[in-house]
Design a protein around this ligand. Sequence first.
Ligand code: CMP
Length: 150
Amino acid sequence: MTFAMIKPNGVASGLVGRIIERYESARLSVCAIKMHQMTSADARGFYAEHVEKPFFGELEEYMTKGPSVMLVLGGENAVAKVRAINGATNPAKSEPGTIRHDFAPSMTENVVHSSDGVESAAREIAFWFEKENIYAYDAASQKACCVMAK
Ligand code: CMP
């Protein structure tokens, strides 16, 4: 499982459906979803490793200016798959066909976020979601069952 987020400019530009479609088309399942406008405290907690970076002020302003869509995505190699679908952090360096290449105007306003590894995925999922609200899918039966896979 991994964590992904459609950032405020993605939501405001009406890209939510098109972005989720890309994940689902890659055989990833939506295991949890919610819409939430980050507070400054949320931004400081979620992006704790960036708080001291020179770009943090701009990042905080961007992330708190409107709601984002938080997602838990499940499926084989979910972490690597979502990173590949999103493209490079800097849209100018992203490959054609990736979300950031196709939709992101700048490095800060890069439309989507995704966890960069299995450990950060567990931390980021737990930051936004209660275990009870994450639905893992049994691939064989396609039935949802309420279990949190860390
Ligand atoms: P994200 O993948 O959410 O992780 C940190 C975010 O900070 C990044 O996407 C960008 O929105 C933003 N950012 C702005 N400048 C930089 C930078 N120089 N390096 C990394 N992230 C940056």
